[in-house]
Ligand binder design. Structure first.
Ligand code: SAH
Length: 364
C-alpha cells in the first residue's frame, strides 16, 4: 500500500511512490481522475524513462516470437501482463492497433509508436482510442492513424482460416484474439451439428466447420452476420448458415422446436462489466448454459465461455454446474482453458485473468 504520492503530480506524470517511512517503493503512472490512481512501473527507484519502455516493448515482442503462434493476428502488448500498464497493442499482419488506456501512456504514445514501428517493421499504426474505459481516466474517444497508412480492410490468417477484418470499426480492435487458442482446441472435439452462439465474425464457426456436418451461427449484429458470410465464401466453407438474432430468444425457440446439436459454443459478451452487474450477469450465464445443455445431444460438446473479470473461475464453474442440475444432465470437464498465451495473466492481479473457457462433454 502506498502512503505518500509525490506532491503536485499532474495526471499522466510518472511519479515516485513512497511507502511507510518515506521509503521509495517504486515508480508509477499517475492518473488524477481515475479510481486507480497509480499503475506501478517499477518496484524500486530505478528510472522509469523511455529506455525502460523500449526494453519492455522489445521483451513483449520477443515473447510473442517465442510462442510460434500459427496466425498473423495476435496481441503484442497486453498491459500489465507485459509490465506495460495501460497499453494494448494488437498486430494484424503488418498493421498495429494501439490503445492507450491511461493518461501516462497517452502522453508517451508518439515515442512508443516510433519504438513499435522500429521493433516490428509495421507499415501502419492505428490508435483505437474509442474504448469506454478511457472515460474513467478523463480521456476522450477517437480513432486516428499514428504512423504510416492503415487500410480499411485487412486479410489476416489464423490457422487455416482467413478473416477479413476492419480494424477501424470492428469490435475490440477488430477480432477477438483472446479466443484464438480456444478455437483451435475446440477443433479436437467438435462434431456433427454445430451451433456457434454469439458468433461475431464467425471465429469458432469457421474454424470448426471442417470437423462438423452443419454449422449455424447466431449474432445479434447484422454487420457481424454479413461478415461471417463473406468470410465463409473466402474460405470456401459451404456448410455454414448465419443469422441475426438474440441468442436468449433463439435458444428458447430452438428448445421448443425440439432441435438438437452435437456441439455448441457459447461465447457471450461480458455480462458483468462492473461489480454492480454481477447478480444479473449470473442469471444470464445460467440461462444460456441451461438452454444449451438441453439442446445438446448425449455425448455432445459444450464450449462455454465468460470474459467477465468480475466473475471468477470458481463462480463461473458453479453457475454452469447449477445450469446442468436444472437441465437434469451431467457433464464432465474435457478442458479448462483461458485467454490465449499472448494475453498473459499476472499472478496476484486477478483483473488480468478474465477469460474462462470450459470444454464440457454431456454424459447423459
Ligand atoms: N465468438 C466470437 C466472439 C464473440 S463476442 C469470436 O470467436 O470471434 C460476443 C458477440 O456477441 C458480439 O459479436 C456481439 O455482437 C454478440 N451479442 C451480444 N449480445 C447478444 C445477444 N443477446 N444475442 C446474440 N448476440 C449477441
Amino acid at each position: 500500500r502506498a502512503d505518500v504520492v509525490e506532491a503536485k503530480a499532474a495526471s499522466g506524470d510518472t511519479v515516485l511512490v513512497r511507502g511507510p517511512g518515506a521509503r521509495p517503493v517504486g515508480r508509477a503512472l499517475y492518473s488524477g481522475k481515475s479510481q486507480i490512481a497509480l499503475r506501478m512501473l517499477t518496484r524500486s527507484d530505478e528510472p522509469a524513462d523511455l529506455g525502460l519502455w523500449k526494453a519492455r516493448l522489445a521483451a513483449a515482442v520477443r515473447f510473442r516470437d517465442s510462442l510460434a503462434i500459427d496466425a498473423d493476428a495476435y496481441r503484442l502488448v497486453h498491459g500489465e501482463g507485459d509490465l506495460l500498464p495501460g497499453l494494448v497493442v494488437d498486430r494484424y499482419t503488418d498493421v498495429l492497433v494501439v490503445q492507450s488506456l491511461v493518461p501516462g501512456v497517452e502522453r508517451l504514445l508518439s515515442d512508443l509508436v516510433v519504438m513499435l514501428v522500429e521493433l516490428t517493421g509495421a507499415r501502419g499504426v492505428l490508435a483505437r482510442d474509442d474504448v469506454r474505459v478511457r472515460a474513467l481516466e478523463g480521456l476522450d474517444a477517437r480513432v486516428e492513424v499514428r504512423a504510416g497508412d492503415v487500410p480499411r480492410e485487412l486479410i489476416v490468417r489464423e490457422g487455416r482460416i482467413e478473416y477479413e477484418v476492419d480494424v477501424w470499426t470492428g469490435q475490440k480492435t477488430g477480432l477477438f484474439l483472446d479466443q484464438r487458442e480456444n478455437r483451435q482446441a475446440a477443433r479436437q472435439y467438435a462434431h456433427g451439428r454445430l451451433l456457434d452462439a454469439f458468433s461475431y465474425h464467425g471465429g469458432f464457426a469457421l474454424q470448426l466447420a471442417a470437423c462438423c456436418e452443419r454449422v449455424e451461427a447466431i449474432d445479434v449484429s447484422e454487420e457481424a452476420v454479413a461478415r461471417i458470410e463473406v468470410n465463409a465464401r473466402r474460405n470456401r466453407v459451404t456448410n455454414l448458415v448465419a443469422r441475426a438474432g438474440n441468442v436468449f430468444d433463439e435458444l428458447r425457440m430452438m428448445e421448443r422446436a425440439g432441435e438438437r446439436f452435437d456441439t455448441i459454443v457459447l461465447d457471450p459478451p461480458a455480462f458483468a462489466k462492473n461489480k454492480s452487474a454481477v447478480a444479473r450477469a449470473l442469471s444470464g450465464y445460467k440461462e444460456i448454459n441451461l438452454r444449451a445443455l438441453k439442446l445438446l445431444s448425449a455425448g455432445g460438446v459444450l464450449v462455454t465461455c465468460s470474459c467477465s473479470y468480475n466473475l471468477d473461475e470458481a463462480t463461473f464453474g458453479q453457475i454452469v454446474y447449477e445450469a446442468s442440475v436444472d437441465a437434469g444432465v451431467q457433464v464432465s470437464v474435457v478442458e479448462k482453458r483461458t485467454q490465449s498465451r499472448d494475453h498473459p495473466i499476472v499472478l496476484g492481479m486477478p483483473e488480468t485473468y478474465y477469460l474462462k473457457c470450459l470444454i464440457l462433454r454431456k454424459l447423459h
